[in-house]
Design a protein around this ligand. Structure first.
Ligand code: SAH
Ligand code: SF4
Ligand code: F3S
Length: 433
């Protein structure tokens, strides 16, 4: 019998892709079957997130659960951003953990597995040209990293301290990976990086040909078999007209864009060191809508950043009102180690931050309700990529909306016209036409 791996992934899309890399790297050593049953696993890996305090506490509560249910011989590994930021402290607090491997060190997995209590968390480590093994949880859509790390220093954010400086992955490696994904059945690729539209600014090799994100998008769209391209996240600061025009006019690029706002107040944005103003953000959203009237815009919002006043928060509500985001990922500000904002004065009391978050999310649900209701009777091209329970299949519209229809495996990997027959806040039901 082969060995079994239980892997739990917290955090963002980059972590989801890192978990695929972890699985691929393990399989280079010896084959592992995935299991969802903790008690039969030979190896348990938790791929952690550090972006807020909550997912960090989750790590230690999960380790407690692993301890309780695991086989005595099973090993535990901690990967990801909390591994990068806490390092050996994880083993000091929980000696049951066998190894710790940082978010930027996945290619060293084999090394840490051979030595008990090994810790590899070097955030300067450069694996931007490393060839990971091939593993994808879903063969119909492929995440492809285009850069590692982040070159910004937003004052609230721990990511530069967990993933290190930004390095772009050479174009040839990206294109090779896209081709391989297409050969195994993917029609959709999702390009990943902390600031995808900053692509091409920093390469390891000094003679890497010059290229920017807009040009990369063109190159990816020229790969035979790629029918849909998504990317996350672009930074509002780097959204120039050339990029937005490529987004609008390249038919392979899905008309869904995540534009992280963080705050609608120019004063708070300055304190956050985001590099843009409320007006710039609104102008970029208007420009996208002018070019693509049906575009779906999603965003990230932080409420309760230090010294955020009621008026600042009203600016955030104002942007919400004007842009009418399809989706928001909104959180209370969480002070993080290694960040400037954690020592800013005037931290906002939790009750105030909670009340702001509640009113923001309530208003957004109303906006979304209107957006979703308008979908009734519309026909969309849906790319089916997942089998669901009860004879259903799900997929996404070009604009990224989740649609479920009655159907079987035959629909998987196909793009079909679907009429929307029922709407709810977070998904749509359709029938093939
Ligand atoms: N590179 C991306 C974001 C990566 S982190 C960008 O610039 O938009 C994902 C999201 O987590 C951020 O957009 C932000 O909204 C949120 N986040 C980051 N640090 C946070 C903190 N200290 N407290 C609350 N939310 C935070
Ligand atoms: Fe964090 Fe800012 Fe970098 Fe995004 S751009 S990962 S929010 S530092
Ligand atoms: Fe992602 Fe969390 Fe790290 S959001 S980059 S896994 S801190």
């Amino acid at each position: 019998m082969g060995k079994k791996l239980y892997i739990e992934t917290l955090g963002c899309a980059m972590n989801v892709r890192d978990s695929e890399h972890i699985i691929a790297e393990l399989n280079k050593r010896e084959p592992y079957d995935l299991t969802e049953n903790l008690s039969e696993a030979d190896l348990i890996i938790i791929n952690t997130c550090s972006v807020r305090e909550k997912p960090v506490s989750k790590l230690f509560s999960e380790i407690g659960i692993f301890r309780k249910y695991k086989k005595p011989s099973a090993k535990i590994g901690v990967a990801g951003c909390t591994a990068s930021h806490l390092g050996r402290e994880i083993i000091d607090r929980a000696p049951i953990v066998d190894f710790v491997i940082g978010a930027r060190n996945v290619s060293k997995l084999s090394k840490v597995m051979d030595k008990r209590h090994a810790v590899e968390i070097d955030i300067d480590y450069d694996d931007s040209t490393y060839q990971f093994g091939e593993y994808r949880a879903n063969r119909f859509k492929a995440m492809v990293n285009i850069s590692v790390g982040c070159d910004k220093s937003c004052t609230y954010c721990i990511v530069p301290a967990t993933r290190g400086d930004e390095i772009s992955i050479p174009k040839d490696i990206i294109i090779r990976e896209v081709k391989r994904a297409v050969e195994s059945g993917a029609k959709e690729v999702i390009l990943l990086g902390q600031n995808v539209n900053n692509y091409g600014k920093h390469f390891t090799a000094p003679d890497e040909p010059s290229i920017n994100f807009t040009q990369l998008l063109r190159e990816v769209s020229r790969v035979d078999g790629v029918e849909r391209i998504r990317f996350t996240s672009p930074h509002p600061l780097h959204m120039d007209n050339e990029f937005l025009e490529e987004f609008a006019y390249n038919p392979k690029i899905c008309k869904q864009i995540h534009i992280p706002l963080q705050s609608g107040s120019t004063k708070v944005l300055r304190e956050m060191k985001r590099g843009y103003s409320k007006e710039w953000f609104l102008d970029r959203c208007e420009k996208v809508r002018e070019l693509v009237p049906d575009v779906a815009i999603s965003t990230d919002i932080i409420v309760g950043f230090p010294a955020e006043s009621d008026k600042d928060f009203q600016d955030t509500m104002d942007v919400l009102e004007r842009v009418k985001f399809e989706q928001i990922f909104s959180f209370k500000y969480s002070p993080r180690p290694h960040t400037k904002a954690s020592s800013f004065p005037n931290q906002v009391p939790d009750e105030i931050a909670s009340a702001r978050l509640t009113s923001l999310q309530k208003r957004h649900r109303e906006i979304l309700d209107n957006i979703q209701k308008r979908e009734l009777g519309r026909v969309h091209k849906v790319y089916f990529d997942e089998l669901k329970a009860n004879g259903r299949v799900s997929g996404r519209t070009d604009s990224g909306k989740l649609v479920t229809v009655m159907g079987s495996e035959e629909l998987l990997g196909k793009i079909c016209d679907v009429e929307i027959i029922k709407t709810s806040l977070y998904s749509l039901e359709g029938k093939a036409v």
